[in-house]
Design a protein around this ligand. Structure first.
Ligand SMILES: [Zn+2]
Length: 332
């Protein structure tokens, strides 16, 4: 069970959901691989890009494709919310909140949804954060920190421009309106770090499950944007050391050689050099941060948990209870 392994790291995990920030840090290093064409854009027809320093050894600058932070958190949150909703009846959410919140409030907790109907009390709201519309309700800062992610290599080779034929919904005829839209090729990798502040063991498992269970990112997700998330490692400590662009530069230095085709990068290429990069990052910054040594075993147990309905319901119920306990303490 995942819980046995996590007990060994309990000093870096919160015993319960609580307010005052404590420097218990968990970092999750993820590789996001595009597995179909993807549209990562804030608006318009161009993929978001940024000019950055290529590496630490290579001081040249390259233009990288960007996956903005909100595009990552919003989808992973949604995955978690859909998970909770799927098992809501088995968990019996109203029973957990009974006596803590009134019927109308419980209704909004059960129905909590992004982005207009956030309840401010459920496990998702108190973990990923909640901005109150009314001052009195009180906002909750996110304890899951996600930053914009960049491609390791240059974007120029990764972007394809497609002309989309606008199909008329009534006549099913292709109209004369043609739209051009940039797409990212399959096989592009974005290293991405998620930093969790003062989370409980259950909250950590929930975030990991949301990362592993999210399959699509970006615009037009019903047709494009399949992404495979591979977790390279989980780290526990009192400080954050891994950051996205820093990782990109270190990976770039090791992976760039003459004629490197960045669109043909294999997961194994990164996996092979990862231990070296990991140790370099851990040494480069001060503070305590150590890898979960049992990660390969833990990953298997995590798979088992996510595939077992009874374990999923138990996890979601425990999260709901923690949120309810937190609400009870807050309201006295
Ligand atoms: Zn909520």
């Amino acid at each position: 069970m995942v819980w046995t392994i996590l007990e060994r790291y309990q000093q870096f995990l919160a015993p319960r959901v609580e307010d005052p920030p404590v420097a218990r840090v968990v970092q999750v290093v993820v590789l996001r691989w595009t597995d179909s064409y993807a549209i990562f854009t804030t608006e318009g027809d161009a993929i978001n890009t940024e000019t950055t320093r290529a590496g630490y050894q290579d001081h040249g600058s390259i233009t990288r494709a960007v996956l903005f932070k909100r595009k990552q958190t919003a989808v992973e949150r949604r995955t978690g919310k859909e998970w909770r909703r799927a098992y809501a009846e088995q968990m019996d959410i109203p029973a957990i909140w009974n006596g803590i919140r009134n019927d109308r409030e419980i209704e909004s907790i059960v129905r909590c949804a992004l982005t207009q109907n956030l309840c401010g009390a459920c496990p998702d709201c108190i973990l990923y954060g909640f901005a109150a519309q009314e001052e009195a309700k009180g906002s909750i800062p996110s304890r899951v920190w996600i930053d914009s992610a960049f491609t390791i290599g240059p974007a120029d080779d990764a972007v394809r421009l497609f002309t989309l034929n606008a199909v008329d919904e009534i006549t099913h005829q292709t109209g004369t309106a043609l739209a051009e839209q940039e797409h990212l090729q399959p096989g592009i990798v974005f290293p991405a770090v998620e930093t969790l502040m003062n989370v409980s063991a259950e909250e950590l498992v929930y975030v990991l499950a949301n990362i592993l269970r999210t399959r699509r990112y970006g615009a037009q997700t019903s047709r494009t944007g399949v992404v495979q998330n591979r977790i390279l490692g989980v780290f526990f400590g009192d400080t954050e050391k891994f950051t996205n662009l820093d990782l990109c530069r270190r990976l770039y230095d090791r992976l760039s050689d003459d004629g490197r085709d960045w669109n043909q990068l294999l997961p194994e290429d990164v996996q092979t050099i990862w231990p070296e990069v990991m140790h370099e990052v851990l040494k480069s910054y001060d503070g305590v941060l150590k890898p979960m040594e049992e990660w390969p075993e833990f990953r298997k147990q995590l798979s088992a948990l996510m595939s077992d309905e009874a374990q999923v319901v138990a996890l979601l119920r425990r999260l709901e209870q923690q949120a309810a306990e937190y609400a009870r303490r807050k309201t006295g």
